[in-house]
Design a protein around this ligand. Structure first.
Ligand code: ADP
Length: 503
């Protein structure tokens, strides 16, 4: 069972948390921006209204010698209303700061101090220029009850345009505050709700997205050495997870194949070892229970020894092969004349070939220098040659050709022997594989089925390739291509152009 992990360390939690955080920052940022925008918009609106009212006020208010007068048609309800509105928040003071007229509301929000008024009048006069907008002062004030007002103040002149007067009009900001308050409520209430909802949704979505990952993990847990045939079904969504599943399945394919190979190998090894051991046991039992004469004992011992020889041959070969395949057997490369090597080996095989009634010949250039592991290359050619001679009937022919190839050397070992049926070709490089019905009866003469495994390893270790073509009853041809370094290949090519020598 999987250990229970802390929820806060899970991918689902982290996904949801980062999603919620992002969402929160986005919402708060947007709300802040919107709030600031709304605030300036509302503020501007009030200022525009006040600017208009200021203009209207100048039209109605006349400051004469006897005092200020509001000129309007009191019979006209619209005009009366406008003037009444203008005077709701209103202060008129002389340039010294002495209030002349003021509304109750203005009284409530606090009349500007005479020093402030004097200062403002001075500032306004300084910047006063005909044709330019007069200097205006903006203030925010509150009544003791807390009602907010925006005040616009500035100077106006008397009817003779001589003495400046200080005028302030205002408008309530409570509507704006109310709107902003509502906005705040809606937003600060809505944001947590949206966050909770969004996080819930994020948690759900992350859970759904991670579900297949959990399924993959669970399926992977079920797969063990004994049930490697299990595969995780893809969801047919063609997405990253399907790709992960496919990759995982492919990895299991490869693992299964290697497991199968190992299983097969140990089964083969035990089988191969059992045969000579059973034979030895048989020989010794016969000697023990039935042999009477020294001659009979000797025969049994000789047979037992032959089987022991085969046994140690198998063990030696296996050891070497496993060393080779696990990379412990490093190549000992040196400069070799491949032509000479092939010629020597073919010469060595002449006697056994003649004994079998097989014609053996080589087609090699005069010289073919190359950087190779001599011992392994000899082992490779020996294995191929011995097979070719072994599986070619009397009157047949075996030919070894060495020539240069685009990227190195090409060695061809071909025979006119019995060939290998197509269905067995893919297996001939497997360990212990012998083509069924090879003819050779089990016993000391039978091959170990390891020769071609060695050949395959040696070719691979030299980064080469091996191809086999075979026609049953007609013959077999093994083509090996070994890549060589540039200068070696070119010398090989030069040499290959020299006269071919037939042995
Ligand atoms: P063995 O030691 O039995 O020869 P190999 O691994 O060298 O094992 O070869 C595997 C099998 O491939 C042989 O048993 C034989 O049946 C087949 N084989 C190899 N070379 C030839 C060939 N030149 N002609 C026909 N069959 C061959």
């Amino acid at each position: 069972m999987a250990r229970k992990r802390s929820i806060t360390r899970g991918l689902r939690f982290r996904l949801t948390a980062s999603y919620a955080l992002f969402f929160a920052v986005l919402l708060v940022g947007m709300a802040g921006l919107l709030r600031a925008r709304l605030e300036t918009l509302l503020d501007n609106q009030v200022r525009t209204v006040l600017d208009q009212e200021w203009g209207a006020m100048k039209g109605y208010l006349r400051i004469e010698k006897d005092g200020p007068f509001w000129y309007y048609d009191s019979q006209d309800p619209d005009e009366a209303y406008i003037v009444e509105r203008l005077r709701r928040v209103y202060l008129l003071a002389d340039a010294d700061g002495k209030p002349i007229q003021r509304s109750t509301i203005y009284q409530n929000i606090g009349i500007d101090s005479p020093s402030d008024i004097r200062e403002r009048v001075r500032l306004a006069l300084n910047s006063y220029a005909p044709g330019a907008a007069g200097k205006t002062f903006w203030m925010e004030r509150r009544t003791p009850q807390g009602t907010p007002y925006l005040i616009r103040a500035g100077i106006v002149f008397d009817e003779h345009h001589q003495a400046p007067y200080y005028v302030a009009i205002g408008s309530t900001l409570s509507d704006n505050y109310k709107i902003m308050g509502e906005f705040n409520w809606v937003f600060w209430g809505l944001i947590p709700a949206a966050l909770i909802l969004g996080s819930g949704l994020g948690w759900f979505m992350a859970g759904r997205a991670l579900e297949p990952v959990l399924a993959v993990a669970q399926a992977a847990q079920r797969i063990s050495g004994s049930n490697l045939s299990l595969r995780i079904p893809t969801r047919q969504a063609n997405d990253e997870l399907d790709y992960l599943i496919l990759t995982f399945n492919r990895m299991i394919d490869r693992l299964e194949a290697s497991f199968q190979q190992i299983k097969q190998f140990s089964a083969d090894v035990s089988h191969e070892l059992r045969t000579p051991i059973t034979a030895i046991r048989g020989q010794l039992e016969v000697a023990l229970f039935t042999a009477k004469t020294t001659e009979q004992y000797r025969d049994a011992m000789v047979n037992a020894l032959q089987d022991i020889d085969r046994l140690s041959q198998i063990v030696r070969a296996l050891l070497l092969l496993s060393q080779a395949e696990s990379g412990q057997l490093a190549l000992q490369k040196s400069r070799v004349d491949l032509s000479e090597t092939v010629r020597d080996l073919v010469e060595q095989f002449q006697i056994p070939a003649e004994a079998e009634g097989v014609r053996l010949r080589a087609e090699v250039p005069i010289a073919f220098p190359a950087e190779l592991d001599r011992v392994q290359i000899e082992r490779m050619i020996t294995n191929l040659l011995s097979n070719a001679v072994k599986f070619t009937p009397e009157g047949g022919e075996v030919r070894v050709t060495l020539q240069s190839h685009s990227d190195g050397a090409e060695i061809i070992v071909e025979d006119t022997g019995r060939g290998i049926p197509k269905e067995y070709l893919p297996h001939i490089f497997d360990r212990f594989y012998r083509v069924p019905g090879s003819g050779t009866a089990p016993g000391p003469d039978q091959g170990l089925g390891l020769g071609l495994s060695f050949v395959a390893w040696i070719v691979k270790a030299h980064h080469g390739t091996i191809d086999v073509e075979s026609a049953p009853g007609k013959g077999t041809r093994f083509t090996i291509r070994l890549p060589l370094e540039k200068n070696e290949a070119s010398t090989g090519e030069l040499a290959a152009q020299a006269i071919m020598k037939e042995l």
